[in-house]
Design a protein around this ligand. Structure first.
Ligand SMILES: C[S@@+](CC[C@H](N)C(=O)[O-])C[C@H]1O[C@@H](n2cnc3c(N)ncnc32)[C@H](O)[C@@H]1O
Length: 357
């Protein structure tokens, strides 16, 4: 049932789901803010006792896991994280699928009411690497043609633990997009846009610009379009690949990639950077907000990363975290203009395509 919205946040389809989402959110909150710090203390002590050098930063991963996995608090933390994640998806997806026909109608109505904003080619073939159940979402981003976007929105509401109910984090990300030095921002690309929350935030920040969100997952884009129509925000969405967008050379003044890189296989990192470089005009900017990368991390962070990779279906993230993104950007011709942490645990890198390029 459509129960309206609370500001930008759609209410869960029924009161029972709303209650369960609140419950899963508090479980996640407890797992991250209370249980993990306790686990980290035990991990650090176990690493010291085992004599692993550098606080466990450089020990081989199997050795680190051998030392830390038997700790009960670590096992409890992992199980709680995984169970909470699985149950979140399952709960909302079951209710949404029960009303699939109604949701399908709403998606189709939005495409009819505001045509020419959702761009896709029915013959597009989704690459296999993008078909995983990322974060354990059943069918991943591409499995449920009708409800994957709705499921993603409710699920990420829990993921963000209430901090993004009004797209606050997406607004923050949009505010980090570097303006070209000449101030000209006529066309922006949000690559790996999912359900378009940063895309709409970018349009709000740059109302004069034409803003495009691109993603491999059509189900997410269909929901993104519906959401943008409901918000009355005029943006474009296109199904496509970050590594081969199909846009013209130099079409964009700015490109954003928010938490895209850690979700693509390693062989695509350089291709995606090269593609951003190609579609930017000289002087255009590329902003990447993603996991910190390119350095050795303390043992608790490594345990979390391993959990995500192997128990939360984030198989590509270890390779991204090990990559020196700054060096990669420079090797493809970008000039780094900023590199620093965000208020969340992420890292923001801004760079520009030199005017002479
Ligand atoms: C963690 S989500 C990004 C979140 C999003 N930027 C936001 O604002 O919430 C990663 C997204 O990248 C998309 N993706 C993965 N591989 C891609 C590729 N090669 N090209 C385009 N999109 C891709 C996924 O479908 C997914 O929507």
């Amino acid at each position: 049932m459509d129960r309206g919205t609370i500001g930008l946040l759609p209410r869960a389809p029924c009161l029972e789901d709303e209650s369960h989402l609140g419950y899963y959110e508090s479980l996640r909150n407890f797992a991250i803010r209370e249980l993990f710090p306790a686990a980290a203390t035990k991990i650090e002590a176990a690493v010291a006792e085992a004599g692993l050098p550098d606080g466990g930063r450089t020990a081989p991963l199997p050795k680190l896991l051998e030392v830390t996995s038997p700790l009960p608090v670590v096992g409890a933390w992992k199980r709680l994280m995984r169970s909470q994640q699985l149950r979140t998806w399952q709960k909302v997806r079951t209710t949404l699928l029960a009303d699939e026909a109604q949701h399908e109608r709403a998606l189709q109505d939005a495409e009819r009411e505001v045509p020419g904003r959702l761009h896709y080619d029915p013959s597009f073939e989704t690459p296999e690497y993008a078909c995983l159940d990322i974060h354990l979402q059943p069918g991943g981003y591409v499995g449920d043609r009708t409800v994957a976007g709705h499921v993603f929105h409710y699920g990420t509401q829990v993921f963000y633990q209430g901090d993004n109910d009004q797209d606050e984090l997406h607004e923050d990300v949009a505010s980090r997009v570097a303006e070209p030095a000449d101030g000209r921002v006529q066309k922006i690309l949000d690559v790996g846009c999912s359900i378009g929350q940063a895309t709409t935030a970018l349009k709000t920040r740059f109302p004069q610009a034409q803003v495009w969100g691109l993603d491999v997952a059509l189900p997410l884009l269909r929901y993104a379009h519906l959401r943008a129509v409901n918000l009355g925000i005029d943006v474009h969405f296109k199904q496509g690949l970050a590594e081969d967008t199909g846009f013209e050379d130099g079409e964009f003044d700015s490109v954003l990639a928010y938490i895209l890189f850690h979700e693509v296989p390693e062989h695509l990192f350089a291709q995606i950077v090269a593609e951003a470089f190609r579609v930017l005009r000289p002087g255009g900017t590329f902003t990447i907000v993603d996991a910190p990368n390119g350095r050795a991390f303390p043992a608790p962070n490594r345990v979390w990363l391993d959990f995500d990779a192997n128990h939360n279906c984030e198989p590509y993230s270890p390779a991204f975290v090990a990559t020196d993104l700054t060096a990669l950007l420079e090797s493809q011709g970008f000039r780094i203009t900023h590199s620093g942490p965000t208020p969340t645990f992420l890292w923001c890198t801004q760079c520009e395509k030199p005017v002479a390029a």
